[in-house]
Write a protein that binds this ligand. Structure first.
Ligand code: ATP
Ligand code: MG
Length: 251
């Protein structure tokens, strides 16, 4: 049975989508069967997957009717994607109106798909709303990307609080790891925050850190994961390293 992982942080712009897309691509390069799901109405992970169809079905359509086909191929043979668009904003409102088990809609939707993939990776919006709660309930574990800046720790403690309430509904959900992103070793604050986070969270923090790398910021405008855009870049190398560390960790 495959494992489902959500990439979560309520703070915007910390590297959630970059991590979801590039971890998914790296795991697929390591010959794992991977499904990437875009659960952010901004649709950034969808744009990075360059779907050919013009009128694609979305995760929103699937949540309304699990028989709808919304799994699309990408340029990487063992990476598939379920896209989204701004309709997902409507899903948030509709979910709030569902009376029973509204936190479990995504989990139910993914039931049939779970056995077909080694990993399902879900990109989340920058909030802790009902969509993100659905992601966490549907997941075996979460990965939290953080940027080394002031208030990173405060943000982390909010996610930990949310995890406590999620655990009441999904007791087996784990934290697979905290990932330092846009790491810049020329900046003193980077070290200070890294030390604080490692001191508080110890082994939960991945050894691999993702450096600030211009190739990583360019690749979305070409609609590609870094592995296809520039395989020799430090960004590509580090996301592959992360995939290896992740596989080791969940053994
Ligand atoms: N390691 C990196 N080096 C340089 N640029 C990066 C890196 N990681 C992400 N970026 C860039 O930073 C911006 C924010 O990253 P990303 O979209 O992954 O964050 P996010 O947490 O998904 O944002 P949102 O909360 O809006 O969904 C993007 O323009 C992205 O290309
Ligand atoms: Mg994003």
């Amino acid at each position: 049975m495959g494992k489902t992982i959500s990439v979560i942080n309520q703070k915007g712009g910390v590297g959630k989508t970059t991590t979801a897309v590039n971890l998914a691509a790296s795991l697929s390069a390591l010959e794992k069967k991977v499904l990437l799901i875009d659960m952010d109405p901004q649709g950034n992970a969808t744009s990075m997957s360059s779907i050919q169809e013009e009128n694609f079905n979305t995760i929103y359509d699937m949540m309304a009717n699990p028989d709808i086909k919304a799994v699309y191929p990408t340029k990487l043979p063992s990476l598939k994607v379920i896209p989204c668009n701004s309709d997902l904003t409507g899903a948030e409102v509709e979910l709030l109106e569902v009376e029973e088990n509204r936190e479990f809609v995504l989990k139910e939707t993914l039931k049939k798909l779970k056995s077909k993939f080694d990993f399902i990776i879900i990109d989340s919006p920058p909030t802790l709303n009902i969509l993100t709660v659905n992601n966490m309930i549907a997941s075996d574990g979460i990965i939290i990307p953080i940027q080394c800046e002031y208030f990173a720790l405060e943000g982390l403690s909010r996610i930990m609080e949310t995890m406590k309430s999620i655990k009441k509904l999904n007791p087996s959900v784990e934290i697979y790891g905290i990932l330092l992103t846009m790491y810049d070793k020329r900046v003193k604050l980077t070290y200070e925050v890294e030390n604080d986070v490692r001191e508080h969270f110890g082994d939960l923090v991945f050894q691999t850190v993702i450096p600030r790398n211009v190739k990583l910021s360019e690749s979305p405008s070409f609609g590609m994961p870094i592995l296809l855009y520039d395989v020799a870049s430090i960004g590509a190398k580090k996301y592959l390293e992360l995939a290896e560390e992740f596989l080791e960790r969940i053994k």
